[in-house]
Design a protein around this ligand. Structure first.
Ligand code: SAH
Ligand code: SF4
Length: 352
């Protein structure tokens, strides 16, 4: 019998599971707290549960679907990337980025991705499967335990403060599980991470954006734009053929009106592809009057692809054009280039 994966359960399901084992509700609450507040690594650590219950749990349940295969740490120690295997042999990546007062986990929502952006290592590998909510949450718990045990020696931050759904996969193509993971991490009786500290990044799945607008959860929304004209975006983000820019921006307008929240735009700069002054002007025109911040991300080169990041002055010129048009913009330096930390790259390297 395969053990029940407890991280896939919201509290009511966990309480039901414990009731089936003949346990009262307060035991379920204890277990819940061990998982999400105590960050227990195994049942043995749950010292206020009776020994026979711990034994029973370890026979019938598990709190691990992820098995760490490899960890890469950037030379400055501030970016750590984990490559994990899953029970069915699939692999995923998650990254921890440390800042002075922040520790951000970048998590995967799918193994692979069906959208197939040609500059993305994940997209190039095709789609394998969706991750479950527990498999997403466990990525965060893994780094939370690391931070609890060692964060003081790193930057002094001992807990995960932010979560971005920007690893492998398209979160809104795995909508239910992604939202379940957001809720689980947000739950004030458990991990208790503020919704505003979570960011969902999407290539632009319009129905998902409209659905997200109706949720009562103030998560941040980031849109991977990469081009402001349909002909170019059709090639960089193939999903654009299904949801072209006008339709995407109508959905974003509805989203901001409904939620009163601003969205942010990711724009990966690729030398001689989308980094010229005309591209910047088109982008400025597209965003005029729209509440939104632009993150410019110089391409993290993918082995085997000829594309490169533009030289620094080109990035600055692009930024300058947006600034002149009063569009809030920043350049996000790719973290962990040395350890292939961009989306899907480590998994692609380790294909055997
Ligand atoms: N599928 C979602 C979320 C995962 S990708 C999305 O596309 O938004 C997260 C971000 O990483 C996206 O903005 C994506 O365009 C960017 N990205 C992918 N490959 C990259 C690369 N080689 N260099 C820099 N950014 C990359
Ligand atoms: Fe998928 Fe995002 Fe990569 Fe595009 S950039 S292939 S949407 S993971």
């Amino acid at each position: 019998m395969t053990p029940t994966y407890l991280l896939d359960m919201a509290f009511p399901a966990l309480a039901e599971f414990m009731a089936r084992l003949g346990q009262p509700a307060y035991r379920a609450r204890q277990l819940w707290r061990w998982l999400y507040v105590g960050l227990a690594d195994d049942f043995e650590a749950m010292t206020d549960l009776p020994a026979d219950l711990r034994r029973r749990l370890s026979q019938e349940a598990t709190i691990h679907a992820l098995h760490l295969l490899e960890e890469k740490v950037a030379p400055d120690g501030l970016t750590r990337k984990g490559l994990f295997s899953l029970p069915d042999g699939e692999r995923l990546e998650a990254v921890l980025m440390l800042y002075r007062e922040r520790a951000t986990v970048c998590l995967s929502t799918q193994v692979g991705c069906a959208i197939g952006c040609p500059f993305c290592a994940t997209g190039l590998g095709g789609f394998r499967r969706n991750l479950s909510s527990g498999e997403m949450v466990e990525q965060v718990l893994h780094f939370s335990r690391l931070l609890r045990d060692a964060g003081r020696d790193w930057t002094g931050v001992t807990q995960v403060t932010n979560v971005v759904f920007m690893g492998m996969g398209e979160p809104l193509a795995n909508y239910e599980a992604t939202l379940e993971a957001v809720r689980r991490l947000h739950d004030p009786t458990g991990f208790n991470l503020g919704a505003r500290r979570m960011t969902i990044s999407t290539a632009g799945i319009v129905p998902g954006i409209l659905r997200l607008a109706e949720e009562d959860l103030p998560v941040n929304l980031a849109i991977s734009l990469h081009a402001a004209s349909d002909d170019l975006r059709d090639t960089l983000v193939p999903l654009n053929r299904r949801y072209p820019l006008d339709e995407l921006f109508r959905a974003l307008q509805a989203y901001t009106e409904r939620t009163r929240r601003r969205v942010s735009f990711e724009y990966v700069l690729i030398a001689k592809v989308n980094d010229g002054p005309v591209h910047a002007q088109l982008l400025a025109r597209r965003l005029r009057g729209f509440l939104g911040h632009v993150n410019l991300i110089p391409l993290n080169p993918v082995p085997g692809l000829a594309w490169q990041a533009p030289p620094r002055p080109v990035v600055e010129a692009f930024k300058g054009i947006l600034e002149k048009a009063h569009i809030p913009v920043s350049v996000r330096l790719e973290r962990g280039v040395e350890i292939a930390a961009a989306c899907g790259q480590l998994r692609a390297q380790k294909k055997d």
